[in-house]
Design a protein around this ligand. Structure first.
Ligand SMILES: [Zn+2]
Length: 159
């Protein structure tokens, strides 16, 4: 009979990874990905050691889990993370088609720890012309050429 590990136990493992990562030179974030009650992969925030602003714990876990399952879809998997996923990680979770995301601390806790999670949620909710990083569409005549090429490619891998 398969042992059932509860949500709280997976979260505890994510928190353990996060705390351990602080001593290991990373940020205070950890994540685990689970399928059918079994651990698939873990991730820890490695932004500063890897010089990679996208190396969030959730993204690291998603990348590792995809290698384990051999697919770019994590449908059927669940993500447990030590902190509410930032907009990057929410988006990565959606792209990965995860079944569910469960978090421990929230964006306010992250803000109190000195992280921008809440600020970025606020930015996304604000009009784009107020953003600190301008995101500008210029739309040249060939703007849709990549999609034309994609749609015309009959053997494309859909995702
Ligand atoms: Zn994130």
């Amino acid at each position: 009979m398969q042992t059932t590990t509860t949500d709280a136990q997976w979260l505890a493992q994510a928190i353990e990874l996060a705390v351990a990562n602080v001593a290991d030179g990373g940020g205070p974030f950890g994540a685990v990905i689970v399928r059918d009650g079994e651990l698939v992969a873990t991730g820890q925030n490695r932004v500063t050691p890897l010089l990679d602003p996208t190396a969030h714990a959730e993204v690291q876990a998603i990348r590792a889990a995809c290698q384990v399952v051999g697919d770019f879809s994590l449908a059927g998997c669940e993500l447990f993370t030590s902190c509410e996923p930032c907009p990057l990680c929410v988006s990565a979770s959606l792209w990965a088609r995860l079944d569910r995301v469960v978090f421990a601390a929230d964006r306010d806790d992250a803000a109190n720890g000195g992280f921008d999670d809440r600020a970025f949620y606020d930015v996304l909710a604000a009009p784009r012309d107020t953003w600190t990083t301008p995101v500008v569409g210029l739309r040249p005549a060939d703007a849709t050429a990549p999609f034309d090429a994609w749609v015309a490619k009959v053997d494309r891998t859909r995702y």
